[in-house]
Design a protein around this ligand. Structure first.
Ligand SMILES: [Zn+2]
Length: 136
């Protein structure tokens, strides 16, 4: 079995709060959210980061990221949404499977990176359901 946690999530051998998926991508709640509604979008095909990902997967991730951003805006009505994608440990990447972060932001809210406070399962499930439903 793969040691990559995101590949395990894609395979279904590790759990996630799934928001949406298509043939090439999966969107799910970050279990250590920087804000309520923090979603990760990953390619199903393993690639370490921006330097390794196949173009077709990257475009699919970008398309899904935009779709999820629309759903986040419609469902949670944040003042803004930050999109973040980290490449390499020095850049703060901690899971070495390409992923794009979507982080709802509100005016004046402090930005704390990786507080490592695990989100509550009930809240994550509820948010995944709301955002997924908004995606149709
Ligand atoms: Zn992987």
């Amino acid at each position: 079995m793969t040691e990559c946690i995101f590949c395990q999530i894609v395979e279904g051998s590790a759990p996630c709060h799934r928001v949406q998926e298509d043939e090439l991508t999966l969107a799910f709640m970050d279990i250590f959210p920087l804000a309520p509604g923090h979603v990760l979008v990953i390619p199903k095909e393993h690639a370490e980061n921006l330097f390794e990902i196949e173009e077709v997967s990257l475009l699919a991730v970008t398309r899904m990221t935009q779709r999820v951003a629309h759903a986040l805006r419609a469902e949670l009505e944040p003042d803004g949404i930050m999109m973040m994608q980290l490449n390499g440990a020095a850049a703060g990447q901690t899971v070495f499977h390409h992923h794009a972060h979507l982080i709802p932001r509100d005016e004046g809210s402090a930005l704390a990176f990786h507080p490592r406070v695990r989100g509550g399962d009930a809240e994550l499930t509820s948010l995944a359901h709301r955002i997924g439903k908004s995606l149709g």
